[in-house]
Structure formats: C-alpha cells, structure tokens
Design a protein around this ligand. Structure first.
Ligand SMILES: CC(C)(COP(=O)(O)OP(=O)(O)OC[C@H]1O[C@@H](n2cnc3c(N)ncnc32)[C@H](O)[C@@H]1OP(=O)(O)O)[C@@H](O)C(=O)NCCC(=O)NCCS
Length: 168
C-alpha cells in the first residue's frame, strides 16, 4: 500500500520539490522564482503547507495576510502586508502526476483550520488556468477580473470567501 497522504508545514528542504511541482502545474507565464515563493511563505508560515506521501512533497499551498481589496503582483517579492483580517491564498498546486487523490482538499482543510485559529475573517485568491469552478466548490465567489497590471492573464478571476463576520 502507498504511504498515507500527510499535510505538514513547509520545511527548508522542501523548496526544490515545491519548484518542481510549480513547473508541472503552471504554464510559463505563471512561474515564479524561488525567492518570490519564499517571500510569500514568510509572513505566516503557519498558513503554508506541503502534502506528502512519504518524505517528498507532491503538492503545496502558500497563503499570507494581505488587505482584502488589494492584490500582489505575480513574480514580485512580497512587501510587508501590514495588519489585516484577510488571508490571501496565493498558490495551490498538485504535481501533475498526483492529481485526483485528495491532496488539494487536504491542503484546503489545513488552511481552513489555520485561518480559523488565527481569526481571519475572509480568504481571497486569484483564480488562474480556468480554476474558478474548482474554487467555487470550496465556497469562493467571483468578485471581478484580475487587474491587468498585476501580471495575470485576462481570464484570471478575483475570488473571495467569507469565514466569519467582522467584530463590531
Ligand atoms: C486545481 C488542483 C489544485 C486540484 O488538485 P486535485 O489533486 O485534482 O484536487 P483533489 O483531488 O483534492 O480534488 C478536490 C475536489 O475538487 C474537484 N476538482 C478538481 N479539479 C477541479 C476543477 N478544475 N474544477 C472543478 N472541480 C475540480 C475534485 O473532483 C474533488 O471533488 P470531490 O471532493 O467531490 O471528489 C490541481 O488540478 C492543480 O494543481 N492544478 C494546476 C495548478 C492550478 O491551476 N492551481 C489553481 C490556481 S488558482
């Protein structure tokens, strides 16, 4: 039997596998450098995960705090986002060889748990590569096209999910 699927925080040794998963999952226009991916994982490591079977990652998820109505540029190191109650799901990718085995759903469960523990009110994301129906399954709603100057394709779609009401 293959090893069980496990979700855990990202470790220093995981970055080569994360880069390989990225290349298998995205077209060339969406590839980001290791430095950029690390900058997006650094503000809140507790919201960034890999899924593994055995030692090696087969999928990853990166999320960081970011204001709910702002959108970081693709392939640009993340500047300090400042305080916010919104968590931006920057990237969820499953290696092309490991799709359809529940890795994405397991990573999303870990993210939901982290967002609840850290008391975020909303999740936001940019849906690319026609992933909008996938995100709708996880409760995200489209809110408009991605701003052209952020580096995304014209069909990229901004989406949001309400986690809980704001205090006051
Ligand atoms: C989108 C992606 C993360 C899904 O990974 P996966 O391993 O197939 O996902 P899972 O097996 O955990 O499936 C979770 C659920 O979503 C569904 N699903 C998967 N891809 C879907 C899609 N494109 N549209 C709608 N539903 C989808 C699955 O059927 C499953 O539903 P179920 O729980 O009822 O069986 C994967 O295809 C991927 O890495 N794509 C390339 C990177 C990418 O585009 N990421 C999104 C960027 S915004």
């Amino acid at each position: 039997m293959p090893p069980a699927l496990t979700v855990r925080p990202i470790g220093a040794a995981d970055w080569p596998d994360i880069l390989a998963i990225q290349v298998s999952a995205y077209g060339p226009a969406l590839i980001e450098t290791e430095a950029v991916l690390r900058s997006k994982a650094s503000p809140l490591p507790a919201a960034c995960f890999v899924a593994t079977r055995g030692d090696r990652p087969l999928a990853y998820l990166l999320a960081h705090p970011y204001p709910p109505d702002a959108w970081p540029c693709l392939d640009t190191p993340l500047a300090d986002p400042g305080p916010t109650d919104n968590l931006l799901l920057h990237d969820l990718a499953v290696h092309a060889r490991a799709r359809g085995q529940g890795a994405a759903a397991s990573l999303m469960a870990a993210l939901a748990d982290a967002a609840t523990r850290q008391a975020f009110c909303t999740l936001s994301l940019v849906a690319v590569q026609d992933a909008e129906p996938f995100w709708r399954r996880f409760g995200f709603t489209p809110i408009g096209p991605a701003p052209a100057e952020k580096g995304y394709d014209a069909d990229a779609c901004l989406m949001r999910k309400l986690l809980r009401g704001k205090a006051g």
